[in-house]
Design a protein around this ligand. Structure first.
Ligand code: SF4
Ligand code: SF4
Ligand code: SF4
Length: 375
């Protein structure tokens, strides 16, 4: 089997195909500390892309409450329960990824949800962790906490869905790294559904083909952010590109937050698919639980987040979240203002650290009225 270097696990790993990074890779950052589970993202995506027959259970975007929520049911715990204990040596993964540990040419480790697993999209919603049973992947009791985890397809660097498809119906676009299912080639074998560890490929029984998040590619081609990103009420999301064939750039907000400052981390890097949705971990949740989800960089990230007020460039980069519908290619933080430019060099965002206020005169001479400023 070919060997691929996976940066997120700091080592080479087996993958069924030779791959090289796309020209640029679409990526997302979600700040879990800001999500309010309003589900606007879920509905923005659903009404646009999955409102047809056979798509009733399909949520390219979903938001679940951790630790109890999951959609489809147990997407994360079931896979972990069937695998060996995850072990890290500093930032290097020692245990096998889902592509390793089996005989050569066998499909990635996985499981296929039943229709009942898709029956409860809001299972565990808003449940606060009390005592949770000791399990193979978490030894101990949780103190009281919960947080919201927004999830979409990760447009992985080494996708398990693509690796598993016997029809070669799944492909990764060279121009932006978006992973798509060719609906014409797909015969509905559902090997991708079984293999994707994030369960972000869905089977449509009406079209008899599998489908998944399309990364809002018609918008990306126009330099616009995805609908689930643009619509986010909590402004927890940023969407753009990370550098793949060149070193990370200080003026690219995604490169800066993910690769230079290491504030945002991949979800379950131990699976080995190289996910490209990066999360700012919740700062109030036990480190052990977060490390299980986001790998070994959690402590460093939480410590950075707690000191954000004294870190103007990083803070400014986060202020750009939700500030524009354009993809920001370059950014700068100057005199307590964060500014973003698109690929054409047009300024598309300008966010002052302190919102401007205007105090109106108590007596308006023009209209001969008295006004009270209540703010
Ligand atoms: S729209 Fe934003 S804040 Fe609301 S649930 Fe989605 S990710 Fe969270
Ligand atoms: S998250 Fe799943 S569906 Fe998306 S690219 Fe990765 S393996 Fe494929
Ligand atoms: S990127 Fe587009 S298709 Fe994918 S989850 Fe977001 S809105 Fe849906």
């Amino acid at each position: 089997m070919p060997k691929i270097f996976n940066k997120q696990i700091d080592r080479e790993m087996d993958y069924p195909y030779e791959t090289s990074p796309p020209k640029r890779q679409v990526a997302y950052i979600f700040d879990t500390n800001k999500c309010i589970a309003c589900q606007t993202c879920t509905i923005a995506c659903k009404t646009c892309w999955t409102s047809g027959r056979g798509q009733e259970h399909i949520f390219y975007n979903n938001v679940e409450t951790k630790p109890y929520g999951s959609y489809p049911m147990g997407w994360d715990t079931k896979l972990q329960e069937q695998r060996v204990q995850v072990t890290w040596n500093n930032k290097r993964l020692e245990s096998p990824t889902i592509f390793e540990g089996n005989s050569p040419n066998s499909p990635p480790d996985g499981w296929r949800p039943t229709s009942e697993d898709y029956a409860h999209p809001n299972h565990g919603e808003d449940d606060i962790s009390g005592i949770i049973e000791k399990t193979a992947h978490f030894a101990g009791e949780h103190p009281m906490w919960m947080f919201y985890l927004a999830r979409i397809c990760n447009h992985c660097t080494t996708p398990a869905c693509l690796a598993a498809c016997p029809r070669k119906a799944i492909y990764k676009r060279e121009e932006d790294g978006i992973v798509l299912v060719d609906q014409e080639r797909c015969r509905g074998y559902q090997e991708c559904v079984r293999a994707c560890p994030y369960k972000k490929v869905f089977y449509n029984a009406v079209s008899r083909a599998s489908e998944k998040c399309i990364g809002c590619f018609p918008r990306v081609e126009q330099g616009l952010q995805a609908l689930c990103v643009e619509g986010c009420i909590g402004k927890i999301r940023m969407h753009g590109f990370i550098s793949t064939q060149t070193p990370p750039r200080e003026d690219n907000p995604l490169d800066y937050i993910i690769h230079i400052r290491k504030l945002a981390l991949p979800l379950y890097p131990q699976f080995g698919t190289g996910p490209n949705v990066y999360y700012v971990p919740p700062i109030h949740v036990p480190i052990g639980f977060c490390e299980q989800l986001f790998g070994p960089g959690v402590e460093e990230s939480v410590s950075l987040y707690r000191k954000l007020k004294d870190d103007p460039k990083l803070l400014g980069a986060l202020f750009l979240f939700g500030s524009t519908d354009h993809i920001i290619e370059h950014f700068e933080v100057k005199d307590q203002v964060a500014i973003g430019w698109n690929a054409k060099g047009d300024e598309v965002s300008r966010v002052p650290f302190t919102e401007y206020t205007y105090v109106r005169p108590h007596h308006d001479k023009e209209f001969q009225v008295y006004r009270h400023n209540t703010a």
